[in-house]
Design a protein around this ligand. Structure first.
Ligand SMILES: *Cc1c(COP(=O)(O)O)cnc(C)c1O
Length: 386
């Protein structure tokens, strides 16, 4: 039951994710002017902090946009009209690459992957060999609609072996969750956004490009304006951005990046794995089946709605109405068939135990028989062992 006076809202969606109080307070400070010394110093620190998280020595770009803005920036600045590209489509976000590429007159060769599974790199190899003019391979590190992580390192190796194509990775729910060393693995464009593992509200998109991707800008000819990297590079000479940046969000990001650097990446990755493991074990102990099995990533756990509950959307609405909890349902053909619990960014052990507890109550109310406490207990056990 919700609190009678002040409803406590809890968000367990894979974006936007919860924002720490310290970050909210930081963003609540009076707005700095963006052409001041104070703000330019913050922006410089933020760009370096992003290099740390991206594991790159290349410059980083920050846009006032949701994550898709950085996907678009990559396409319009690094590719030419009519270019053939390969898209790995294993869900809603894979589809977005195809739509984006098509909107700009590119010719996508789509490697379709069954939802809930990761791509087999040999499929990528086949399509690349059949289409030797492919200029870029576009895919997700983490396909948020299914909870799957693709084998980024293996995909990158296959692409390098068989072609000169740019390796373009939407890492929006992977950066800050799992190891994705951009320079070491030779990724050419890596994209992320503020409202996932960066623990901020939506509104910032990030991009880093390899020297090869920077070189590809010379042959790019897609008209662009807001996402012009030429304009950004020029402004960066003075430590600025081309347009008015999302000042308050960047101040919040500065604080987040400071703390991420203190914690260190490997600790952050281990932490996410621990939360994900416990969540997976907890839902299985309730008699539920995981949607993404062997290829499940550590950002979000996707779960089949049990056959005992004919309309899975009721799980989502019950959690929201009775507990103020927002989880994500399934998308497209999986609407009402799966649901997703996020654990990327600012979540902790008690968050996961509480959402599992609320899920047990909800499932029971909706007619799924289970022993109350079993899922919570299994997750707690996992925390003890891990
Ligand atoms: C959230 C997300 C995006 C960005 O979507 P926006 O609505 O533009 O923020 C892109 N790719 C993936 C995999 C995501 O999870």
């Amino acid at each position: 039951m919700k609190h009678p006076v002040f409803e406590k809202l809890r968000i367990f969606a894979p974006g936007p994710t919860p924002v720490p109080e310290a970050v909210l307070l930081e963003m609540g400070k009076p707005t700095l002017h963006h052409r001041t010394k104070e703000f330019i110093a913050i922006l410089e620190r933020v760009r370096k902090g992003l290099q740390f998280v991206f594991q790159t020595s290349q410059p980083t770009y920050v846009f006032a946009a949701s994550g898709s803005g950085a996907m678009e920036a990559t396409v319009v600045n690094c590719l030419a009209q009519q270019d053939e590209v390969l898209v790995i489509d294993a869900g809603k976000f894979g589809e977005r690459w195809t739509k984006l590429a098509t909107a700009y007159g590119l010719k996508p060769h789509v490697v379709k992957v069954e939802w809930g599974k990761a791509v087999d790199p040999s499929e990528v190899e086949k399509v690349l060999k059949a289409n030797p003019n492919t200029k870029a391979v576009l895919f997700q590190a983490s396909e948020t609609s299914t909870g799957v992580f693709h084998p980024v390192k293996e995909i990158a190796a296959v692409v390098k072996k068989h072609s000169d194509a740019l390796i373009v990775v939407d890492a929006i729910t992977a950066l800050g969750v799992c190891n994705l060393p951009m320079d070491e693995w030779g990724l050419d464009a890596v994209v992320s956004g503020s409202q996932k593992a960066f623990m901020l509200p939506p509104g910032l998109a990030f991009l880093a490009l390899s020297p090869k991707a920077q070189e590809s800008r010379k042959r790019a000819n897609i008209p662009n304006f807001y996402f012009s990297l030429k304009a950004e590079d020029k402004a960066a000479l003075n430590g600025e951005t081309a347009w008015t940046p999302a000042v308050s969000l960047i101040c919040g990001l500065d604080l987040v990046l400071k703390h991420m650097q203190v914690a260190g990446l490997s600790k952050i990755f281990d932490y996410h794995q621990r939360l994900a493991n416990a969540t997976r074990k907890g839902v299985e102990a309730m008699g539920l089946e995981l949607f993404a099995k062997s290829d499940a990533g550590d950002s979000v756990t996707s779960v089949w709605v049990p056959p005992t509950i004919p309309d899975g959307k009721k799980i989502v609405s019950h959690l929201r109405d009775q507990f103020g909890i927002t989880i994500a349902g399934g998308q497209d053909q999986y609407k009402g068939k799966i649901f997703r619990l996020a654990h990327l960014g600012w979540f902790d052990e008690l968050d996961m135990l509480s959402v599992l507890g609320a899920l047990e109550i909800t499932l029971t109310k909706l007619g799924h028989k289970l022993e109350l406490g079993k899922g919570v207990g299994r997750a707690a056990q996992s925390f003890l062992e891990d």
